[in-house]
Design a protein around this ligand. Structure first.
Ligand SMILES: Nc1nc2c(c(=O)[nH]1)N[C@H]1C(S)=C(S)[C@@H](COP(=O)(O)OP(=O)(O)OC[C@H]3O[C@@H](n4cnc5c(=O)[nH]c(N)nc54)[C@H](O)[C@@H]3O)O[C@H]1N2
Ligand SMILES: Nc1nc2c(c(=O)[nH]1)N[C@H]1C(S)=C(S)[C@@H](COP(=O)(O)OP(=O)(O)OC[C@H]3O[C@@H](n4cnc5c(=O)[nH]c(N)nc54)[C@H](O)[C@@H]3O)O[C@H]1N2
Ligand SMILES: [Mo]
Length: 778
């Protein structure tokens, strides 16, 4: 039975693949095609006037924060056309759809039937409109009242032997208000088991920056981009995942910044960008953005940066006092001499070999860096999801320290966050390893003794459920099953639970692989108007640069049986905790200003929260790196010696990165195209270097199966079309989540425990040369 059920986690062993179309890789991002795509996605989901209202208020001071990415809005001027991008508009279309799923929908479609649908079909069904319950051995979800749903949760939680047998996941769209109440409830209930999507995302950045600089967040502000001399963009595809960043990069380029892309793929957007919010952009007049592209091998960034840093130190030796910021190094940093000895001991040819970048190209970059001191380093998932990610990021910090490029205008660290409030959720205490000061403040303000032992992160939670140590799984947003590694293993883990609860806006695969009993609880999204106690409420979010802003939905919710996330958490807390702890949940639910007062009393940096967040553009949280102070264990910014541990592949092995297409938001699939990479109508593809194809006797559009054999287990993902692509040898790319089945649960980054979704060792075997594709247009 269990085996049959886990198959539902990964149903996609398709009989037939779609009629794929391959086009040339695009040179220019955005432009008119982006505007046309925006209109199409909006109109598929809602009428024109609802779409117009939504887009008009997106990222406006009196509107709502885009549920897409965490890129900041300009502090001063917001475009009259609207501050959004094609992919932000798709995120809104997905959420603000007028299609709604009530009990009759779930009566018609069994869980088994829904599991046969692919993620695209599933997501397009509409918003979940009322609470649904899947009974023990049930085949169909049934309707349940909110009160009964909370009672079921309370009964399950209160009958556990220890609160540590429950796990409370959070995805990064949750507002500050909901996140604060949620961690308060979870700790009052008695556990720190608060895994979140950050564990799979920027956790490595947080750990690395914390140890090197004393704060786990980036240091730059948007204005810094317009003063920078060099901007490095590493392991990031902003054209797709942070499109509004391109407008900032274009402006930075116009102001003279030298922009470098360090990425195995030549990502569109970094090559050319036609700003759809300007007339010239609409006419297709494009601007180049990056001046240099270094096609590093997957996981080659650490040797690349050691080569850069060694070359800079050698230049300094040739012309002392002219290359490094010696004043900054001696006053503000720790560990320089040891680092210098270590890096000088590395062999430049060996480093160049390991990263796959010819020494001459590294020197081109070093020539630019030599006389610049305003350097910004931006990065995303291409750096954080490897075994040595924490050290790789520390090596990048080493460069900034050599140049004194931190704590001053035009320079610093910029980990570009993913989910729109993932950074805020962590600030609010969604963290399995809570800071002692947070627990002390909770104890003082709410008069209970919070648990002091660390809880489970994402990977620990999966292991605990698999072992039977955790029995209730609760998710505030997200799609845990599809986002996490080793899909079949995670499915087994979830199936063992007594109860799984998903607080969701849209149908997803985590609703179909469940504990013995399951609940789906529907909530408002960002765009929905939230009225409590007769008053319009707003929530707040923190963007990638530490700005706290308000967000107020404007659309009438598609059903009146959904709750807001803060209200849901309050009602659940009252049902579970009863009057054991005196926390004014009712007051919080009725007036979100009261939640903000509680946040202000508990979390530093939120003074006059309710006043300041009502001011134009919100306010910045304090940031020690930005201010040039480094509260680390040495009270200085730390240089770190990072040992090289290259991944050695056997001749038949390839290193796979699992990346996003242009038409998806994490596990939500908006469409089947990856327009910039020239791939249309199919997601089961593998991008491969021509030489690797030839070695394996593979031809364009051959159908292959992908294998991983870690820990003595065989993991397989079947039927992927081979596409010859400009990617370094022995490196391949596939889309997440289709290949999450191949990511071994035990393969995690050191210190951050992040699954290594960007360095999965695979083998590729021919499945069929007989075309599974009905027609080809190549
Ligand atoms: N439209 C849209 N927007 C999104 C999302 C979405 O799915 N869709 N997701 C959101 C979230 S949660 C996040 S975290 C961000 C993700 O934003 P990104 O990090 O841009 O997302 P990925 O597609 O995972 O892209 C990783 C990039 O890193 C490169 N890369 C992979 N391995 C390496 C390596 O070893 N070294 C280097 N230098 N480069 C490497 C890949 O070629 C790719 O360009 O986007 C956020 N915004
Ligand atoms: N192989 C591989 N795996 C990865 C990654 C990768 O690059 N490669 N990236 C990782 C990263 S960076 C991340 S952040 C995680 C993402 O992991 P998650 O955050 O868990 O996944 P999402 O796909 O963003 O979640 C989508 C679901 O969230 C729900 N939802 C949307 N909006 C709201 C809302 O406002 N409230 C509530 N309650 N629910 C809402 C909808 O029901 C939707 O189905 O995946 C990780 N997994
Ligand atoms: Mo993310």
């Amino acid at each position: 039975m269990a085996d049959k059920q886990t198959k539902r986690a990964n149903p996609e062993n398709p009989e037939k693949l779609a009629d794929i179309k391959l086009k040339p890789v695009q040179k220019t991002a955005a432009g008119f095609a982006a505007v046309a795509s925006t209109a199409r996605h909006i109109l598929e989901e809602m009428n024109v006037s609802r779409g117009f209202v939504a887009l008009q208020k997106l990222n406006k001071v009196d509107g709502f924060d885009c549920p897409g990415c965490a890129w900041p809005d300009p502090d001063d001027h917001r475009s009259a056309l609207g501050e959004y991008c094609e992919n932000g508009a798709k995120a809104v279309a997905e959420e603000a759809t007028t299609k709604a799923l009530y009990a009759d929908f779930f009566a018609k479609h069994s869980v088994v039937e829904m599991a046969e649908w692919d993620d695209y079909v599933m997501g397009k069904k509409g918003r979940i409109a009322e609470p649904m319950y899947l009974p023990k051995n049930g085949t169909h979800y049934e309707t349940i009242s909110w009160d009964d749903a909370f009672k079921l949760i309370a009964t399950n939680l209160n009958s556990l032997e220890s609160p540590d047998e429950a796990v409370f996941y959070t995805s990064g769209r949750t507002s500050n208000e909901a996140a604060f109440l949620y961690q308060l409830f979870v700790r009052a209930y008695g556990t720190n088991n608060l895994p979140d999507c950050s564990n799979m995302c920027h956790e490595s950045s947080g750990v690395a920056l914390g140890e090197s600089l004393g704060i786990g967040k980036g240091s730059v502000k948007l204005e810094d981009f317009f003063e920078a001399e060099v901007i490095l963009i590493m392991g990031q595809n902003p054209g797709t995942n942070h499109p509004r960043m391109l407008s900032a990069l274009k402006k930075a380029h116009e102001k003279g910044a030298y922009i470098v892309s360090i990425n195995p793929l030549p990502e569109t957007g970094l090559t050319g960008f036609a700003d759809p919010q300007t007339i010239s952009g609409m006419l297709g007049i494009s601007a180049t953005i990056s001046s240099l592209h270094l096609p590093v091998k997957i996981n080659g960034d650490m040797p690349l940066f050691q080569a850069i840093n060694k070359l800079l130190i050698l230049e300094e030796e040739k012309a002392p006092g002219s290359i490094l910021d010696n004043g900054f190094i001696s006053d503000q940093t720790h560990g320089f001499e040891d680092y210098k000895q270590y890096v000088l001991g590395q062999d430049l040819n060996e480093l160049s070999d390991q990263c796959g970048i010819p020494l001459a190209d590294i020197i081109t970059l070093v020539d630019k860096l030599k006389h610049s001191s305003k350097i910004i380093t931006c990065w995303a998932m291409g750096l954080t999801q490897h075994k040595n990610s924490v050290d790789t990021i520390k090596e990048i910090v080493n460069l900034l320290l050599l140049k004194g490029s931190i704590g001053k205008p035009g320079a610093g660290t910029c980990p570009v966050r993913g989910h729109s409030n993932v950074q805020g959720d962590r600030t609010m205490g969604i963290y399995e390893k809570p800071w002692p000061w947070l627990l002390d403040n909770l104890a003082k303000n709410f008069h209970f003794e919070p648990p002091r032992v660390d809880g489970y992160d994402v990977v620990d939670s999966i292991e605990a459920m698999h072992k039977g140590d955790a029995k209730v799984f609760f998710a505030l947003g997200g799609n845990f099953l599809s986002a996490t590694p080793d899909t079949l293993y995670t499915a087994e883990a979830l199936l063992k639970c007594n109860l799984t609860v998903q607080v969701s806006t849209k149908l997803n695969r985590s609703h179909l692989i469940t504990g013995k009993e399951a609940l789906i609880l529907p909530v408002f999204g960002r765009s929905d108007e939230d009225i409590q106690n007769g008053e319009k409420q707003f929530v707040t979010c923190e963007n990638s640069m530490g700005v706290i802003q308000r967000s107020q939905g404007v659309l009438k919710p598609v059903s009146d049986t959904m709750l807001s996330e803060p209200a849901l958490v309050c009602r659940m807390a009252m049902a579970v905790l009863g009057d054991k702890i005196d926390i004014p949940w009712n007051a919080y639910m009725n007036d979100y200003d009261k939640i903000r007062e509680a946040i202000e009393a508990t979390i530093p940096g939120f003074d006059d929260y309710n006043t300041r967040v009502r001011q134009y553009g919100g306010f910045y949280l304090p940031n020690s790196s930005r201010e040039g102070t480094f509260p680390t264990d040495t009270a200085k910014a730390n240089f770190t010696i990072c040992p090289l541990e290259p991944i050695r592949l056997k001749p038949n092995e390839l290193l796979m990165m699992t990346i996003r297409s242009h038409d998806q938001y994490n596990t939500t699939i908006y469409g089947m195209n990856d327009r910039y990479r020239g791939i249309e109508n199919e997601r089961r593809i593998i991008l491969m270097n021509q030489a690797d194809m030839e070695k394996r006797n593979l031809k364009q559009l051959d159908v292959v199966d992908l294998y991983n054999f870690a820990d003595g287990k065989q993991r397989v993902a079947r039927k992927f079309l081979v596409i010859s692509y400009a990617i370094p040898e022995q490196c391949v790319a596939t889309y997440f989540p289709e290949t999450n089945v191949l990511v071994p649960i035990k393969s995690v980054a050191k210190k951050s425990n992040t699954p290594t979704s960007k360095s999965v060792v695979i083998e590729v075997r021919l499945n069929s040369r007989e075309s599974l594709v009905s027609s080809r247009e190549v």
